[in-house]
Design a protein. Structure first.
Length: 403
C-alpha cells in the first residue's frame, strides 16, 4: 500500500488494476448517451427512393421552358401521389402529377414545381415558372448510401444519432461499451438521510454526499446507481460494502477515511480482507482518499467533507470509470485559463479550488471551505494550483480541469 501518492500516479495505479468491462448490446433508447463500440454502416440508402421535397407537381422541365405568369404553360394532371403511395402512372410529354412532400417520384419526371407557382388546377394546371432539369428533385441515397458509415466507433449516441439509426431501421442490438453498476455508501453517525421524515436532531446534519455523487453519476450517464448509508461502525460499514459488492461492480464511499477516532474505513477494509492500494493523495481537498480492491470490485473511499467528496469524485472516480468503460470522454479534460478573481491563500501543497470558466476566463467564488457545498453551484471547473503557488491576484494563467 502506498501512503502518499501524486494524483496522476494514483490514477495510473487504479487503471493498472482495472480490466475494461467490454461491450454489450442494447436497444435504441438504451443507447442514448452511450459510447458506440463498433462502426455502424447503412443497411439501406436514405431516402430509399427518389422523392419530392415539397408539395407541387412532378413534371418534365422541357415541357415548361419559358413559362411565366404572363405566358403560362398548361399541363394535364394525370395522377395525385401522397406520401407512402407508389406511383402507377408515368409522366409523359405535356403531363404533370400532383405530388406531396416526401412522396415517391413517378417515372418520367425530372423536376418538381412548387404549387405556389401554379393555379393548382385539375385536370389541367397552369404553370407560371420554369425549372432546370432535376430541380427540387431528391435523389435516392441523397442522405446516405448503402454501406456508408453512419456512426463511427467511439462516438457518443445523441438525439441526432438516434434519428439516423431510426431512419436506417436500426433499433436493436446496438453494441456499446458496457458501464458498471455502481453503489454509493455514505457513512457517519451524524448523518440523517433527507426525505425520510425524520426531524433533524441537535448535532446532526442531512446527508448530501450520496445524493450528490449519485446525481453526478446520472449526469454522466450511469443509470444503475444504488445509495446506502451506514453509521460509524466498522462492522456495519464492512457488512454494507459486502452486500453492495454482490450487485455492484464499483463501490464509492464517503467519510471515515482520515485518522480520527471514528474514521473506520481502514478497519472496515481490513474486515473485508480487501487490498488497499493507496491512502493519501498529495492534494487538497480530499487528501485521505483510499483506493482498494475487494475481490474484483474497485472500492474508492472519499472524504466526507462535501466539497472534498465532489472534487475527488471528479479527479479520481471519473478516471476510474473511464478505465473501466474505455470511454475516454469521462476523463476530465484539462485546459488553460486566466484567473480573474483573487485567491488569498498560498498553496504549500497542490490544491484544487472550484471555479467557473467562460471564454478562457476563470472566475472564483468567495467561499472555498471543504465543508461548503453551496459555492459549488454554478461552477464548471476545478483550478489546479501546484505546490508553492502564492496567493492569486488575478491575471495569472492557470491549469483547469473541466467538469
Amino acid at each position: 500500500m502506498i501512503n502518499g501518492i501524486e494524483l496522476e500516479d494514483a490514477i495510473a495505479l487504479m487503471a493498472q488494476h482495472i480490466t475494461p468491462l467490454g461491450t454489450e448490446k442494447v436497444n435504441l433508447f438504451q443507447s442514448l448517451g452511450r459510447t458506440l463500440a463498433y462502426d455502424i454502416t447503412a443497411p439501406m440508402p436514405q431516402p430509399p427512393f427518389d422523392r419530392s421535397p415539397l408539395d407541387g407537381y412532378a413534371l418534365r422541365a422541357e415541357d415548361i421552358a419559358g413559362a411565366s405568369k404572363e405566358h403560362p404553360v398548361t399541363l394535364t394532371v394525370v395522377d395525385t401521389i401522397y406520401a407512402g403511395d407508389v406511383p402507377m402512372i408515368p409522366v409523359k410529354e405535356g403531363q404533370a402529377v400532383r405530388i406531396m412532400t416526401g412522396s415517391m417520384l413517378p417515372p418520367g419526371c425530372n423536376c418538381v414545381l412548387m404549387q405556389e407557382e401554379t393555379d393548382m388546377g385539375n385536370p389541367d394546371v397552369a404553370i407560371y415558372s420554369s425549372l432546370k432539369p432535376y430541380a427540387n428533385y431528391c435523389y435516392r441515397g441523397e442522405d446516405y448510401r448503402f454501406g456508408d458509415l453512419l456512426i463511427p466507433a467511439g462516438a457518443r449516441i445523441n438525439a441526432a444519432a438516434i434519428g439516423v439509426l431510426s431512419s436506417a431501421g436500426i433499433v436493436e442490438n446496438i453494441a456499446v461499451l458496457r458501464r458498471p453498476s455502481i453503489a454509493v455508501l455514505s457513512t457517519g453517525d451524524e448523518v440523517v438521510i433527507p426525505g425520510t421524515g425524520v426531524e433533524l436532531p441537535a448535532g446532526k446534519i442531512y446527508g448530501s454526499n450520496a445524493n450528490m455523487i449519485a446525481a453526478r453519476l446520472c449526469e454522466l450517464g450511469f443509470a444503475e446507481v444504488r445509495i446506502e448509508h451506514a453509521g460509524d461502525n466498522a462492522d456495519l460499514v464492512s457488512s454494507a460494502i459486502r452486500q453492495l459488492a454482490v450487485k455492484s461492480e464499483v463501490v464509492i464511499t464517503t467519510g471515515g477515511v482520515s485518522v480520527g477516532a471514528k474514521d473506520i474505513l481502514h478497519d472496515a477494509i481490513e474486515l473485508l480482507h480487501a487490498e488497499k492500494l493507496f491512502w493519501h493523495v498529495k492534494m487538497k481537498p480530499g487528501t485521505p482518499a483510499i483506493f482498494s480492491l475487494y475481490g474484483n470490485v474497485p472500492l474508492l473511499s472519499l472524504s466526507g467533507n462535501p466539497f472534498a467528496a465532489a472534487a475527488t469524485f471528479e479527479l479520481l472516480a471519473r478516471p476510474l470509470l473511464s478505465a473501466m468503460t474505455d470511454e475516454d470522454w469521462l476523463y476530465p479534460r484539462q485546459i488553460a485559463g486566466v484567473v480573474q478573481t483573487p485567491f488569498p491563500k498560498e498553496s504549500r501543497g497542490r490544491r484544487f479550488i472550484r471555479g467557473r470558466i467562460a471564454n478562457g476566463k476563470v472566475f472564483l467564488p468567495d467561499e472555498h471551505s471543504s465543508g461548503s457545498l453551496s459555492s459549488m453551484v454554478g461552477c464548471n471547473c476545478l483550478v489546479d494550483l501546484p505546490a508553492g503557488t502564492p496567493p492569486l491576484v488575478g491575471g495569472e494563467q492557470v491549469n483547469v480541469w473541466k467538469l
